[in-house]
Each structure stands twice: as structure tokens, then as C-alpha cells.
Design a protein around this ligand. Structure first.
Ligand SMILES: O=c1ccn([C@@H]2O[C@H](COP(=O)(O)O)[C@@H](O)[C@H]2O)c(=O)[nH]1
Length: 292
């Protein structure tokens, strides 16, 4: 062990302290308008600072959607750097929703940008895709792990049009006969199991993205199976605006429920700067009741 606290341990502590709500930071142009902010880099920065102020101390996890900062070019990235720093300084675990994927050496470079301690874009975890093969994320998985960072690999995403690809059945490889979503999920579970031999911990540091709107069984994921050990972190967008509700959490995720991070963006952000703190507090209570 190199003395860093694994992401999975920090996530488990965030669950214990604040429950499983994750506030999505998605400064859509229409929301900036509601918040009285211009659609500019300054606007997304001010919007983000207020969201962080409302989230800090109430919730444990923040998920900035990087696309809404990238819209504003270099100045948008400068705003995001400031927000990542402020959020982490305020004690929030930050998952950068960047969805990067490429050949292994290029994904590793994305990992250096977002997960290197001290880098200007440092987050606690990032979203990635393995559609160029599970081997393409091996290198970034090792460096994330060494830095105590986390990864969330797209498996069964919330958008309905993803089903055709994610439910497709593999023809070759040791996972022939599995759906794409299942092969990715089992690859991630296997990675956590191998790490657990060395590191222990109740929750792994590598997770998957399962949309809260998805019937996971149709994607080949058995939600009645024995829960994985260590537990599997599941980043679950789709609550709120996309239609899933806290009461769906156990129903949808079954034996994966204990690792679920329930992510909501527009449904909270739409409350505006005056209402967001109350909206967050209400949702925390509802998720708490749903998970028991
Ligand atoms: O499967 C996925 C993966 C990521 N997302 C992202 O989450 C938020 C959802 O926003 P809402 O306003 O709560 O609908 C957004 O950043 C997506 O890019 C997802 O929706 N589904």
C-alpha cells in the first residue's frame, strides 16, 4: 500500500455521512437564465459556485458535466478548474463526467489530466468508456488505483437509444455470449476483486454507470445475484428529470443497490439559487428512506 486512501473507502464514508444523492452540475443555457446568469464562462462559474455552496455539508458527491464548460472553450475550462478546486476543498467527492475512451495510451493521458493529484483539473473520479475493449482501460485503471482515484465505466446508460449496442451479444473473447453491458460489468467486478486481494475495503474503487431508467435484466445484468464483494460503485443518472424516483432504487438495482450513487441534475438545479438547498435536503431524506 502507498498510503493513499482508496476511492472506494472515501465513497463509503461519503455514503455514511451524507447518503447517496449526487448533485449534478450541468449549467444548461436555459438554467443559467433561470439563475440570472449570462450564458458565458463567467456565468457557468458563478452558477457552479452557488451550487457548491448549496451542496457542501449537505451532500457528499458532486458530478460536473464537463460538456457544459467545454462549450465556453478555454475560459470555460478555467471556470471548471476553479470549481473543481472549490468543491474538493469544501469536502465534496467530485466525479468528472467526461466519458473519455480511446486506445489505452490515450485514455491513460485523459487519466493524467483528470486524476493526477495536484493537476489543475483534479477530480476524485471520472467516467470512461470501454467500447474500444476492456484492455484499453487497463493502464488508466492502474494509475487511478495508485493515486486513490475512481473510475466509472459506461455499462447500461440511461438513454434509451443505447440499448441496441449495450444489449448486443459478444461473438468472441472469453466473454462470448454475454451482452456488452454484462461483459463490462463483470470486467469491472473482476478488477475490484483482484484489488481486494491486496487492498481490502467494502466498496471497490472501480464502478459502472447504470442508468436509473434502465431495466438491467434486459441488459443481461442479474439484479438478484449475490452482491459482488467488494461492493460495486454504481453511478446512476436518470433520477429526477429523466423519470426515475427514489422509490425505484431498490426495485431497479436489487443486489447492486448498496453501491448506488443517485445522480440528479436538472430536477435540483431547476429550483434556482433560492430553492436548491431545500430541494437537495428533501431529496436526501427521500433517498435515505428508500435505501433504509
Ligand atoms: O447514462 C447516463 C450517463 C450520464 N448521464 C449524465 O447525467 C446527467 C443527467 O442529467 P439530468 O438533468 O439529471 O437528467 C447529464 O450530465 C448526463 O450527461 C446520463 O444522463 N445518463
Amino acid at each position: 500500500m502507498n498510503g493513499v486512501t482508496p476511492f472506494g473507502e472515501r465513497l463509503a464514508a461519503a455514503f455514511d455521512a451524507h447518503g447517496r444523492l449526487c448533485v449534478g452540475l450541468d449549467p444548461h443555457a436555459s438554467l443559467l437564465d433561470v439563475w440570472g446568469q449570462p450564458d458565458s464562462a463567467e456565468g457557468v462559474r458563478e452558477f457552479g459556485l452557488r451550487v457548491i455552496e448549496a451542496a457542501a455539508g449537505r451532500v457528499g458527491i458532486l458530478k460536473p458535466q464537463v460538456a457544459f464548460f467545454e462549450r465556453h472553450g478555454a475560459a470555460g475550462y478555467a471556470a471548471l478548474e476553479r470549481l473543481l478546486r472549490e468543491a474538493r476543498d469544501a469536502g465534496l467527492l467530485v466525479i468528472a463526467d467526461v466519458k473519455r475512451g480511446d486506445i489505452g495510451s490515450s485514455v491513460a493521458a485523459y487519466g493524467e489530466a483528470w486524476l493526477t493529484p495536484g493537476s489543475s483539473l483534479e477530480a476524485d473520479a471520472m467516467t470512461i468508456s470501454a467500447y474500444q475493449g476492456l484492455g484499453s482501460i487497463e493502464q488508466v485503471s492502474r494509475s487511478a488505483d495508485a493515486a486513490g482515484k475512481g473510475l466509472f465505466v459506461l455499462a447500461a446508460t440511461s438513454n434509451p437509444e443505447a440499448a441496441a449496442i449495450q444489449r448486443a451479444v459478444l461473438q468472441q473473447s472469453s466473454r462470448a455470449g454475454s451482452t456488452v453491458a454484462q461483459a463490462i460489468t463483470h470486467g469491472v467486478i473482476g478488477w475490484n476483486e483482484r484489488r481486494a486481494d491486496a487492498a481490502g475495503g467494502d466498496l471497490g474503487s472501480m464502478g459502472v454507470v447504470f442508468g436509473a431508467t434502465v431495466d438491467l435484466r434486459l441488459a443481461g445484468i442479474d439484479t438478484d445475484a449475490e452482491p459482488p464483494r467488494p461492493g460495486l460503485p454504481v453511478l446512476a443518472p436518470g433520477f429526477g428529470h429523466q423519470g426515475a424516483e427514489p422509490g425505484d432504487l431498490r426495485l431497479r438495482f436489487g443486489s447492486y443497490a448498496s453501491g448506488v450513487i443517485a445522480s440528479e441534475s436538472r430536477s435540483l438545479l431547476g429550483a434556482g439559487p433560492e430553492g436548491i438547498a431545500d430541494a437537495i435536503a428533501r431529496r436526501i431524506d427521500q433517498y435515505g428512506a428508500a435505501i433504509g
